[in-house]
Write a protein that binds this ligand. Sequence first.
Ligand code: NAD
Length: 687
Amino acid sequence: MKFQDHAEGGVTVITLDNPPLNSLGHVLRSRIVAAIEVAEVDPAVRAIVLTGSPRAFSAGADVSEFGTPRQMAEPILRSVLERIRICTKPVVAALDGVALGGGLELALACHARVALGQARVGLPEITLGLIPGSGGTQRLPRLAGIDLALTLMQGGAPMAAAQLASTSLFDRVVDDGLIEAAADVARQLADAGAPWPHADRLNLDAEYVATKVSLARQRLNARQRLQPAYGALLDAIGASAGPIDAGLALERARFLGLIGTTEAQALRYQFKAERDSHRLPDTLQVEPRKVATVAVIGAGTMGAGIAICALDATLDVILLEQDETALARGRQRIADHYAGRVAAGKLGAAVADAAQARLTGTCDWQALARADVVIEAVFEELSVKQDVFRRLDAVARPGAVLATNTSYLDIDAIAAVTSRPQDVLGLHFFSPAQVMKLLEVIRGAHTSPDAMATAMTLGRTLRKVPVLCGNAFGFIGNRIYNAYRRQCEFMLEDGAWPEEVDQALTDFGFAMGPFAVADLSGLDIAWRMRRAQAATRDPRERHVPVLEQLCEQGRLGQKSGAGYYRYADGKRAQTTDDTVHDLIVQASAARGIQRRTLAPQEIQRRALLAMVNEAACLYADGVATRPSDIDVVLVQGYGFPRWQGGPVFWARQQDRERLGADLRCLVEAGGHGMRLADDTMLARLLD
Ligand code: NAD
C-alpha cells in the first residue's frame, strides 16, 4: 500500500498495491483499513483518495482464497466498506482499469467516485452463479438507478465509465488527470463538511423498484430460471427500496445460500477450466512463430466468419476464393457483417472501415505467399482439401502454418500431400465463427510443437477458447455430440417422441434439444455422412434409420420447411407430425421393441451417460489433454449448460458405482460394436 501526500489541500492518496489486479485478498483488505485509520488520525489530512493502478482499481475477490479460512477472516470486505462509510474524513474512489465485483463494491461504499472514461466497471457475480455479497445489490440501485443496476447485475458484462458518464454513479468522468480530479472532489467534500454523501442514505421509489423487479422476474428466460442466482439477485435488488440494513442482511443471506450450490461450483469450475484449456503441455511449451498475416481459403459461411475474427484481432487477412463471383459473395458477407455492427451501435464506423481495409480478396494463389498462417475452409471433401493443400504447399512461404477447418477429416491424410506435414494442423472453428468462442486445435502425427504453440496463441489472439485435441474422428466435440445424438435416436426407438427428448434436454438446460438442432443445421449433412458410412456399417450395429427416411422425403430440416418438426413461417410446430411418428413406430417394430414411455429424468440421464461414456473413451485414447478440456468443448461449442459444468463435472457428482452400472446397461442396450468405458477408463477420467 502506497501513501502519497497531496501537496495542496490536505488530500492523501491511498494506492492499492496488490498486482496485477488488486484482488481483495485478506492482506489488501487489512491494509486498506489500516491506511484509512492512519489517515483519519493525521491532522494534516482533510480528505482521502483511494485509487488503484492503470490496470485495475480492483478486479474484486481473490479467487485463490475461495473456500479457505482467509476468505472469511476479518476484515471481510463488508467490514472494510463499513470502515470507509464511517470514516470521519471523506473518501473518494478514483477508478482506472477495471473495477469489478468487490472492486466496484468498494467504490460504491466511498463518499464519491471519479473515473477515467476508459475504466470498466461491472458486477459479474452472476456469471459465477453468485450475486454481489458486499452491498452491490443495495448501493448500485441507490446510486445509479434501478434500470442500470438491473442491466449491470443481470447481464454481468462490464461497461466503460464513459458510457455511464451521464448517470449518477460517478461524480466525475474525466479523460485524464484522474487523481487531480478525485482530489478536487475530495477537497470540495471536506470544505462542505460532514455528513458526507453516501449511497446508504439515498432512498428509492419503492413502487417503481417493485414494478421493475417484477418485470425483470417475468422476463427471465428458461435457462435463467434454471439457475438459482437469478431469482436470488432479484430478491436482493427488490430489497434495495427498503431500509439499508435489511437489504444488506437479505443480500448476505442470499449470497451465502448460493456459494455452495452445484450451479455456483460448476460455474467456478468452468471459469478455471477455460483458463487451463489454453495451457500447453510441457512438450509443447515452445516459442510460437510470429503471426501478422492470416490467409483464409474459401469465403463461405465459415471462411467469412474466420476472416472477420482475424480482422477484429487487427491482423491482415488475405481471402482466397475459386472465382470472382464466390469472392464477391464472401466480401459482401463480411461487409454486411460490419455494416450490421455499425448500425447496431456496437462498432464505430472508423473501426469497421479500418478492419475492412486490412482485407485483401484474391483468386491468385501466389498472394498466399506472404501469409504466416493459412486456414482452409473449403468444402468438406478429402480430395478437395488435399488438392487445396497441394497447391498451398507450392506457394506458402517456408515456416507458414497450414491449417484446415475440417470437422471430421483426417488431418494426417491432408498433411500427407504436402512436403511439410510438420506445419499442418487443424483449426476447427464453430459456426458462426465470428461468434462462437470454441476453437479445437488439432495436432497431426507430424505437427511440430512450435506450429501447435503458434496455433494456440493465434486462438487467443482471435479471442477464442482454444482446446488442444488429438487427431481422431470428430476430435472432441463432434465425437461426443455424435454419441449423444445417437443415444437420443435410440430413445426414439425405445418409445420417446422427438419433442419429449428435446423438452427433457432443454429442461436440463441445453440451449436446444438434439432434434431441433438437427433441423436447424440441416439433416442432409448427417445424411451424406451416413450414406458414406452405410457401405461399411456392420449390419449387427444398432442404427435408427429415421433421419435418412426423412431426408428421402425431402424433409431436410428448417430450410425445407420440415424435418423432425414442421416449420410454418419459420416457426417450429410444438409436436412432431404423423409422418415422423409413423417412421419412428416402424423403426421400433423393425427392432422388435415394445414402445414405452420414457420419463424426462431417464432421457436426461441416458443422454448424459452417452456423453460420459464417449468422454472416457476419447480420454483413454489421448484425444483430450485433460478431462476439463472436454467440458470446455461441450459448454462452449455444443450448448451444454454452463451451470451444469459439462459431462465430466456432471459425472463427478454421481454415485460412482451406479454410474458404472448404468454405463454397462447403456452400452449393452446400444448393441453390437458400442464401446464401453470400463471402470479403469472411468476412473482415469473422473479421479
Ligand atoms: P461453404 O460451402 O459455405 O463454403 C465453402 C467455400 O469454399 C465456398 O465459398 C467455395 O466457393 C469455396 N471453395 C471451394 N473449393 C475451393 C477452392 N479449391 N479454392 C478456394 N475456394 C474454394 O462451407 P462452410 O460451411 O463454410 O464449410 C467450410 C468448411 O468448414 C468445411 O470443411 C466444413 O466441414 C467446416 N465447418 C463447417 C461448419 C458449419 O457449421 N458450416 C462448422 C465447422 C466446420
